[in-house]
Design a protein around this ligand. Structure first.
Ligand code: URA
Length: 187
């Protein structure tokens, strides 16, 4: 992981690096069963070099706590490791450029389950079409080049939930589904 981080911070093929303060690589426990994948760092993440440490990170922590998880029990990264200017959504080009790094990142962590947070991350990994409300909460699998097959679920982004709190009940369904899946895997 340290090698991957170094390799990514030395990579000059993505213009987002030029406007960002620093690479935002990951947070949490790399030995945990759950790997959470967000979209891209925002202003606070860009400052601190840590994913989900701003307002949406606080809500993410609460969501995790509701199913008895915290940053010692999950590992967190983003599809895009540099803050897009003005927090714009990453382009398809930027996503396909950075996706091989993300896939390598997943292979190195070897989580038991993946949680894609928000539409951008879900589409990047699962090639979904259409809005996230159509495919959140549904378990799929991804196959990695080292023959690992990992269950993955898409859920709503905490930044979206802050704007649309009445959708929290859907996120709660997803969280319960994650809790059951983890229980299944541990039994
Ligand atoms: N939103 C994301 O998708 N990732 C972060 O790290 C912060 C906000």
């Amino acid at each position: 992981l340290e090698d991957l981080k170094k390799f990514m911070s030395d990579f000059n093929g993505c213009d987002l690096k030029k406007t960002a303060t620093q690479l935002v690589f990951s947070d949490g426990n790399p030995k945990s069963n759950v790997m959470i994948i967000g979209e891209a760092p925002g202003a606070e993440e860009d400052r601190q070099g840590k994913p989900f440490c701003g307002a949406s990170g606080k809500l993410l922590d609460k969501m995790l706590a509701s199913i008895n998880l915290d940053r010692n029990k999950v590992y967190i990264t983003n599809v895009i490791p540099w803050r897009p200017p003005g927090n714009r959504t990453p382009t398809e080009n930027e996503i396909s450029l950075m996706k091989p790094f993300l896939l390598r990142h997943i292979e190195l962590v070897e989580p038991k389950i993946l949680v894609a947070v928000g539409g951008s991350a879900s589409k990047a990994i699962l090639n979904f079409e259409g809005g996230i409300l159509r495919y959140r909460g549904i378990w799929k699998e991804i196959s990695l080049s080292n023959s690992l097959v990992i269950p993955i679920i898409a859920t709503l982004h905490p930044a979206y939930l802050l704007r649309a709190p009445n959708q929290k009940k859907l996120a709660w369904e997803d969280l319960k589904s994650i809790r059951s899946k983890l229980k299944e895997l541990n039994d």
